[in-house]
Design a binder for this molecule. Structure first.
Ligand SMILES: N[C@@H](CCC(=O)N[C@@H](CS)C(=O)NCC(=O)O)C(=O)O
Length: 281
């Protein structure tokens, strides 16, 4: 049974799941939602994600939401099935340590990073707001402190838990967004252990190809296939078209083309009136 992933590949949580699927060699189908607004439809909330979010994964009848939970599920069920990659160790102590690093990632590393992503990549594009330089500065400082700790944690190790795991994988999507901004890459590059770790991660096949796809298809912008503003604007223009423009056009079409067929006579006053309306639009 093919695994179906609902999400937009260039958005961090969906990217995490895609990297996990690739790491484990699991075949899957991507099913991007019709629009961001559709995530709030009753049907979507009832049958896909109760908070109206992406990603959502279906494995046959089994449905699971939330990127980290999805990736853990995939590793627990499929690791070892299609290749030898291990993302969650079988040993209970090692697995618990991976959970510990995931917790560092979720609660210390990701929050300041996400705030920088929001200011740099989302505020202008989606809300037409200039990035708040004070927020960026504060969160850079916070992230720098976290990276100082990571620098020590990575001493003598290739990955956070020694061996590569979900903890390393989870940091990749948002780090990629911020690292690609020239004014922020120093945060990683100025710390030798962190820098080597990040380079090692970027050279993994699954991560490299995923980032290359995001760069070539989406130019490292947060959302491109279904840009929230473009979708909103298209819907707005459809509404203009059906509510305003189409009404006088339809009346002229009726007068000019159909009245003959129904044995009636053309009414020049209606045509004149609707031509005037149409010109205003
Ligand atoms: N904790 C969730 C976060 C999911 C999330 O916030 N997804 C965003 C896209 S990156 C979303 O669906 N936003 C739609 C909305 O909030 O309306 C996860 O890791 O899956």
């Amino acid at each position: 049974m093919t695994i179906k992933l609902i999400g937009y590949p260039a958005l961090g949580p969906t990217t995490k799941v895609i990297i996990t699927l690739k790491e484990l060699g699991i075949p899957y189908e991507l099913d991007p939602p019709a629009s961001f607004q559709s995530l709030k439809d009753d049907d979507y909330i009832k049958n896909k994600h109760p908070f109206g979010k992406i990603p959502v994964l279906f494995d046959g009848d089994f449905r699971i939401t939330e990127s980290r939970a999805i990736c853990r599920y995939l590793a627990s069920k499929y690791q070892g099935k299609y290749n030898d990659t291990i993302l969650l160790p079988n040993d209970v102590h090692q697995a618990s340590l991976v959970d510990q690093y995931i917790s560092y990632e979720s609660f210390y590393y990701d929050p300041p990073l996400s705030k920088i992503v929001y200011q740099e990549k989302v505020a202008k594009k989606f809300f037409d707001k200039d990035p708040d330089l004070e927020v960026i500065k504060e969160n850079r400082e916070e992230l720098a402190k976290v990276l100082d700790v990571f620098e020590k944690l990575l001493e003598g190790k290739e990955y956070l838990n020694g061996e590569y795991s979900l903890a390393d994988l989870f940091i990749c999507p948002n780090t990629n967004y911020v690292y690609c901004i020239d004014t922020h890459s120093d945060l990683w590059d100025s710390r030798p252990n962190v820098k080597n770790w990040w380079n090692r991660l970027c050279n993994r096949d699954s991560i490299k190809t995923t980032f290359e796809e995001i760069k070539s298809k989406y130019n490292n912008t947060i959302l491109v296939t279904h840009d929230i503003r473009e979708v909103g604007l298209v819907e707005q223009f459809i509404s203009y078209e059906s509510s305003y423009d189409d009404t006088p056009v339809s009346k002229i079409v009726f007068q000019e083309l159909y009245v003959n067929y129904i044995g009636s006579t053309l009414d020049p006053a209606i045509i004149k009136q609707d031509r005037e309306k149409l010109m205003k639009f």
